[in-house]
Ligand binder design. Structure first.
Ligand code: NAP
Length: 454
């Protein structure tokens, strides 16, 4: 995939970037290595000040950064602005909390003093996707830099201007040169960087094949990885749920980011007794969404990020129809030069079919009906994913059972699955491993050093 800005609304290629040469990569790695030697000795107050300054820059220029995102990957401008604000929030969060999260922990032993000390590892590689092109990077960079690591970013090939803007923000905030660098490279250039001795660990957010490839190379080099991969989150609606809220929030949970979110509600699993009511209300909500130019204030759904994603969605929906699925709304691409696909609802999908277990990375909802809670949980757990899950019920026993039995990295009751700097984020099963955000996130890429003094 070439590194370029291609406007998904019009199909027009706006800028092409040449991938870095091996010599250019070498000089960036050398710079990162030398930056780490001094950066690791800076104190929390200094790093906090720089990270707060990054937050200030994000807030100051949020309209500009949001426009770059919308231009490169098509999310509605209003959600792009919200994304920049959330990046500022995560910077301020770690700026305040890192000293507490990484403070020495005293432990009583046979020593006169023994404790746990958290120390930086060195260069951490972040391979990031295009769907939240600012947020995914800042949720890695804020804790990594506060911990004293230095970062190198391989961003998705369709968001190069976002990647360059993020590097510029971090530099303007005051972080020394080389502490955070963007490497404009293709996926095939990642392996050699993972193997490089100076690179100590890697994190990847993206698809299963990309995660498996990076992790296997890192595994051979005995390097730690954190993987945030795909999901097909269930959204379970039971009889006692507030149906109106479930339908409204379920629509948001499915449609956020033009349907291209790892934690989107992708499978609606609904009690049979409220099935008709739920479906009718969901159809009404989906029909009311405005598809169009993501730069416009009143647009709800913009184009998919690339023609390849559009093609994938078209093929998946067709496959579902071929296997007996019924289309309640949408189901056919919109004629245009951009990558537009309408909000779509599929029912009548065989729960054991391949389609039911796939991730739909676009504005397509699958609706299933179940007889009882056990059936709902079995269906929810029947995919290889385990990222998030949302359960809707006002019965406390049902809530308890959902919390205990859903196979997911996060369970949200009567709310949509979302990331929050205060809470850990990540998956189980083929959705990946490791955690980002909160105290768990900042402790992923540190040397947890045991200290024992006689
Ligand atoms: P992708 O193709 O895996 O791309 C993600 C990143 O990995 C890009 O920077 C890409 O570079 C790079 N990459 C691709 N193949 C690689 C390889 N073999 N080795 C090293 N790097 C490689 O993912 P996508 O299809 O764009 O993103 C959608 C997927 O990401 C969905 O499954 C979604 O659920 C998941 N996702 C997960 C989370 C989470 O937090 N769990 C968040 C967002 C998205 P190029 O662009 O150059 O190919």
């Amino acid at each position: 995939m070439s590194i370029a800005t291609v406007n998904p609304t019009t199909g027009e290629t706006l800028v092409n970037f040449a991938p870095l040469t091996d010599a250019e990569i070498e000089s960036k790695l050398a710079l990162a290595e030398s930056a780490f030697k001094t950066y690791k000795k800076t104190d929390f107050t200094t790093r906090s000040n720089w990270l707060n300054q990054a937050a200030t820059i994000l807030e100051r220029d949020k309209a500009k950064f949001a426009e770059i995102m919308t231009l490169e990957m098509g999310k509605p401008l209003k959600s792009a602005i919200a994304e920049v604000e959330k990046c500022a929030l995560v910077c301020r969060f770690y700026s305040e909390k890192a000293p507490e999260f990484l403070a020495d922990v005293s432990v009583s032993t046979d020593a006169s003093s023994s404790y746990v000390s958290y120390q930086p590892l060195g260069i951490i590689l972040a391979v990031m996707p295009w769907n939240f092109p600012f947020w995914q990077v800042f949720r890695f960079a804020a804790p990594a830099l506060m911990a004293g690591n230095v970062g190198i970013l391989k961003h998705a090939s369709n968001v190069p201007q976002c990647a360059l803007a993020i590097e510029a923000i971090i530099r303007e905030a005051g972080f020394p040169q080389g502490v955070f660098q963007t490497l404009l490279i293709g996926a095939s250039q990642v392996g050699a960087i993972v193997e490089d001795e100076r690179v100590k660990a890697a994190t990847l957010t993206g698809s299963e094949p990309a995660g498996a490839s990076l992790a296997s190379i890192a595994g051979k080099s005995l390097k730690k990885t954190v993987l945030e991969l795909g999901g097909s989150d269930p959204f379970i609606v039971l009889e006692t749920a507030d149906l109106e809220a479930a339908v409204k929030i379920g629509t948001t949970a499915r449609m956020l980011n033009n349907g291209q979110s790892c934690i989107a509600a992708k499978r609606f699993i609904v009690s049979e007794s409220i099935g008709d009511q739920f479906e009718q209300a969901l159809i009404a909500q989906f029909k009311a969404l405005k598809v169009g130019d993501p730069m416009k204030e009143d647009t709800d759904i913009g184009p998919l990020a690339t023609p390849a994603i559009l093609k994938d969605i078209e093929q998946q929906v067709q496959k579902a129809i071929d296997h007996g699925a019924k289309v309640l709304v949408g189901g056919e691409s919109i004629e245009s030069n951009g990558n537009f696909y309408p909000p779509t609802i599929l029912t009548n999908i065989e729960p054991d079919s391949d389609v039911a277990k796939e991730e739909f990375f676009g504005p397509v909802a699958m609706v299933f009906r179940v007889k009882n809670l056990d059936e709902a949980i079995d269906l929810a757990n029947s995919t290889s994913f385990g990222l998030g899950a949302s359960g809707w019920t006002n019965n406390s026993e049902e809530q308890e059972k959902l919390i205990k039995e859903l196979e997911a990295g996060a369970v949200f009751i009567n709310g949509l699955v979302k990331s929050d700097p205060r809470l850990p984020f990540g998956g189980i099963k083929r959705s990946g491993y490791g955690r980002e955000l909160s105290i768990q996130g900042i402790q992923e890429f540190v040397n947890i050093k045991t200290v024992w003094i006689k």
